[in-house]
Design a protein around this ligand. Sequence first.
Ligand SMILES: [Fe+2]
Length: 340
Amino acid sequence: MINRRQFIRGGVLTAGATALAPNWVYAQKDGPEYFTLAVLPDTQNYSYRHPDIYTGQTRWLKENAEKYRIPFVCHEGDIVQNNDVFEWERAVVSHKELDGNLPYGLNVGNHDFNWTWVNGKRGEMIRDVCRIDQFFPPSKFEKESWWGGCFENRNHNSYQYFDAPGGLKFLVLNIEFAPRDVALDWGTAVIKKHPDHRVIVVTHAYMDNDDTRLGDGDRGVKQYFPDDNDGDSMWEKLVRKHKNIFLVLSGHICKDSRNNFKFDTSYTETGLLTSKGDHGNDVHQILADYQKRPNGGDGFLRLMRFTPEKNEIDVRTYSPFKDEWLTASHNQFTLSYSMT
Ligand SMILES: [Fe+2]
C-alpha cells in the first residue's frame, strides 16, 4: 500500500511531506497502484521556433500530474537549437510551469553546446560553452529536496531522486552528451553510493533507430568528440556494470544515416533494446525523438506508467499540442520490470 505521507500535491513524492491530493486518493481506490514517469524528447525546435508547444508540454504535465501520478519529468537533451540566449530564455519560461510543481532533470545535448562558425557554417563543437550554466545552474535546484547533486558544479551531469508507491526509491542520473571518461567515473561513484535506489540513466545520444546502441561507424557522436564515449562504450564502462540500472533514455537520432538521411515515422524516431547487465538484470534502452515531425516535433512526449504489482512499464506517446496518441507498436509497448 501507498504510504500517503510520501506524497505532496502536484505529484512530488517526498517522505514525510503533506497530505495526498484528493484526486490521487480517488485514483487509488479504483485500480492497481501506478505512477507515470514523463519524458520530454529533444525540444530544440520548440525553443528555436515553437516556444508555445514546449510550454504547452510542461503546462500539460503540471495540470495532469495528479491524474497520471507523475513524480518526475526527464528531458532527453538538446534543450535548444543554437545555444542562443533567446532560446534559453524561452526554455526558462517553459520550465517555469514545472518549477515548484513537478521535479525535473535536464540533459545537455550536442545542440546545447556552442560551435565555432566559419563562413556561416558550423565548425567545431565547444563543450565548455553552454548557456545551461547561465539559465539552469545547480544553484536553481540545490534547495529542492529531490536534487541529488552534480559534477563540476555544472548541470551537465546531475542526479535527482523520486520515490514511488510501495516505498520504491529511484535515482535519475543525467549524463552529458558524448560523455568524457571523467563524467562516467563520476556517474559510477554516484551509483555506488546509492545501492538501494533504482537507477534511470538519461543521456542525449545512446540508442540508434535500428534498435542497436550508437557505436563504431554510426554518425552522431564520434564526429564531434572522437575521443569520448558513444552508446556502446557507455554500455561497457557504466551501464552494464550496475545491477540497479534498469532503464536508459535517449534522444538525438531523428534521421536514418543508412538511408541517405531520410525520415520515416515508422522507424526513424524510435529505438528499443533490452540487454542483460553483468548481474543478470534486464536493462531497457529507449530512443524517442520526434523533432522531424511538423512544428518541430508536434509536441509528442513519452508517458511511462509503472505498475509495481504487475511488474510492468507501459510506454505511451502523447502530444498535448495535438491531443493525439501515437499507437503503433514502436510508440506504444509494454516492458517487464520487477518491482515486487
Ligand atoms: Fe542531438
